[in-house]
Design a protein around this ligand. Structure first.
Ligand SMILES: Cc1cc2nc3c(=O)[nH]c(=O)nc-3n(C[C@H](O)[C@H](O)[C@H](O)COP(=O)(O)OP(=O)(O)OC[C@H]3O[C@@H](n4cnc5c(N)ncnc54)[C@H](O)[C@@H]3O)c2cc1C
Length: 459
């Protein structure tokens, strides 16, 4: 049982690295402790949450806005069982797809919990323990939910995103602790399906780290949708009390709800991996320390994805997995961290790439900006979805694009053009002089780029 590369964890970082390494001619093994491949992303993250977001959006649309298009629906009903089963089927189809890709690429799959037993040696724990030898070992064990002191998770009424993907009934009142991406996406699902949703956030703003203009607009729009935000609120405790949950916050009356979703972030997953005995260093936050080519402090051991520094995003993990194995095999491979998009799949969507305006101000970087509202975009009018805007930030001297921030319809798809522009080192004028099809939402990106030179046409 000797392999060129042993990958620990079959999430987006691990499975993508395994496939690319096999394409490059390595003999690859991948060890996964869960029954299904695909990691957090496919099993209990990106994919199931997006399936629920789509279904809940359709329900909400049928109830609230289809009539504006002249479409009558009669009584709109919700079959939560069907909605949840559809989500499960999508997950099963995609995770089985990875099985197929492993077979196609002749990757040896091992089931069980992996532990590094020294350079080049991995032990698989379980009923029938195994020992594998590998020239290279890649750790891609991802992350797990961060706990909050005083919050008593019972895996049912007080739970994490995993439970919130499967509530057996629509909560009457859902309290979300944490106004980050996961809290707002899953909060949106249950709000649209009829729950009252209260979001408690320690900071004085939602979506920490995102551009302040987007955040201000998002806060306004989400409040209009019915989200109740309690900002600057420190949660001290949460516990189940009969069929209810009680949440205690500093300096306020306790809140009661039938469900609580804890969504205050995620922490690297390095439990029982044998890092210490192998000599693999971690930083203060428990993340495995790596160099620019994902090499850890131990020769022949690498790490990618949520378990190392940087944004906890599936596409970031994938890019790292590919760059890491390409570097092992060819000596080349890198990730451009200035061009990693971040998307919040709420309604409207929010998407960003590059520097925020807040960061540029802090760095005293001189910049110009242009923006364009979807209200002035023909396609957004036709869609009946005119909220939000596109904002482009460019270097004051060179005009090179530094950041693009979008809140509005299909922002998650629109951002791809901005990512390519940043990757290619484009100027705002490059974008402004590129022909965009009419009528499309993408014209708002072009107009925002024209706005950098104060020459928008339609606003
Ligand atoms: C609700 C939710 C929604 C999300 N939505 C998005 C989104 O829309 N877009 C986005 O980009 N990101 C999203 N994310 C984040 C995304 O899921 C992660 O960034 C991504 O999965 C990280 O990939 P990874 O390969 O590093 O780790 P993971 O996907 O966590 O995979 C790690 C794998 O390693 C396995 N493992 C761990 N330890 C061992 C061991 N010792 N032995 C064997 N196997 C082990 C785990 O079982 C797991 O399968 C979401 C996350 C959540 C929770």
């Amino acid at each position: 049982m000797k392999h060129d590369l042993i990958v620990i964890g079959a999430g987006p970082g691990g499975y993508v690295a395994a496939i690319r390494a096999a394409q490059l001619g390595l003999n690859v093994a991948c060890i996964e402790k869960e029954a299904a491949l695909g990691g957090t992303c496919l099993r209990v993250g990106c994919i199931p949450s997006k399936a629920l977001l789509e279904s809940s959006e359709k329900y909400h649309e049928a109830r609230e806005s289809l009539h504006r298009h002249g479409v009558g629906t009669g009584d709109v009903t919700l079959d939560l069982g069907v909605l949840l089963r559809r989500k499960d089927q999508i997950v099963t189809m995609l995770t089985k797809g990875i099985d197929g890709l492993f077979k196609k690429n002749k990757i040896t799959r091992y089931a069980g919990h992996a532990r590094i037993a020294g350079a080049g040696k991995v032990v698989i724990e379980g009923a029938e323990p195994k020992e594998l030898q590998g020239t290279h070992i890649l750790i891609a064990t991802g992350s797990k939910v961060a706990n909050l002191q005083g919050v008593e998770l019972d895996g049912d009424r007080i739970g994490t995103s995993t439970e919130a993907l499967n509530y057996p009934e629509v909560p009457k009142h859902l309290i979300v602790i944490g106004a980050g991406v996961i809290g707002l996406e899953l909060g949106s699902v249950w709000l649209r399906l009829g729950a009252k949703v209260t979001v408690l956030e320690y900071l004085d703003r939602i979506l920490p780290g995102m551009d302040s203009d987007l955040v201000a607009e998002a806060h306004k729009l989400f409040t209009k949708q019915g989200f109740e935000f309690k900002l600057s609120t420190k949660v001290k405790a949460a516990r189940v009390d009969g069929k209810e949950c009680v949440v205690e916050c500093e300096g306020a009356e306790p809140l009661r709800a039938d469900r609580v979703l804890l969504a205050v972030g995620r922490v690297p997953n390095t439990e029982n991996l044998g890092l210490e005995s192998a000599g693999v260093q971690v930083d203060k936050r428990g993340r495995i320390t790596v160099d620019d080519h994902f090499a850890t402090s131990v020769k022949g051991i690498y790490a990618v994805g949520d378990v190392i520094r940087g944004p906890m995003l599936a596409h970031k993990a994938e890019e790292e997995g590919i760059a890491c194995v390409e570097h092992i095999v060819t000596g080349f491979g890198h990730v451009n961290y200035d061009a990693i998009p971040g998307v919040v799949y709420t309604q409207p969507e929010i998407a960003s790439v590059g520097k925020t305006e807040d960061e540029l101000k802090l760095e005293k970087h001189e910049y110009k900006k242009g923006s364009f509202p979807f209200m002035a975009n023909g396609r957004a009018r036709a869609l009946g979805d005119t909220s939000g805007f596109v904002k482009i930030l460019a270097d004051a001297k060179t005009d090179r694009i530094l950041g693009v921030h979008i809140i509005g319809p299909r922002a998650g798809d629109l951002i791809a053009e901005a990512v390519v522009a940043i990757e290619f080192g484009a100027s705002s004028e490059d974008l402004a002089r590129t022909c965009h099809a009419h009528p499309t939402l993408a014209e708002a990106v072009k107009e925002a780029a024209m706005g950098v030179a104060e020459r928008t046409i339609h606003f």
